[in-house]
Write a protein of this length. Structure first.
Length: 118
């Protein structure tokens, strides 16, 4: 389960690559906190060669999951999807996603990770 992996990575930062974003100056003081950082990316791809239609997924990964495991398909979250013949306006594409993340940040999130039996 990723929760245990996140906790392990938080307690064993020396086990990850020194160049990982999690171990940069900005994140060093946050390692002991129970925070989750989301790394987001956007990339456009044409759907077919016969028309100009393209799709732009907005995806995110949890930075506290060790690299390269955070990049496994099961760990990638889809935050939005733009389909059009023109490139999206970044403000229009990201505004509702950022708003939803800010609401989530303000209200918090409780995750039940269940119990383990041995």
């Amino acid at each position: 389960m990723n929760y245990q992996l996140i906790e392990w990575y938080r307690k064993n930062p020396d086990k990850g690559p020194a160049c990982d974003i999690l171990f940069g100056d900005f994140n060093q003081h946050r390692l002991s906190q129970k925070l989750i950082s989301i790394m987001m990316s956007i990339d456009g791809k044409p759907l077919t060669t016969s028309n100009n239609s393209s799709i732009w997924p907005v995806v995110g990964m949890i930075a506290q999951i060790p690299h390269p495991i955070r990049e496994y398909q099961k760990n990638i979250m889809l935050f939005g999807l733009w389909h059009s013949c023109v490139s999206p306006n970044p403000d229009r594409l990201l505004s509702s996603i950022v708003h939803d993340l800010m609401v989530l940040r303000a209200g918090g999130l409780t995750i039940d990770v269940g119990t383990e039996s041995n």
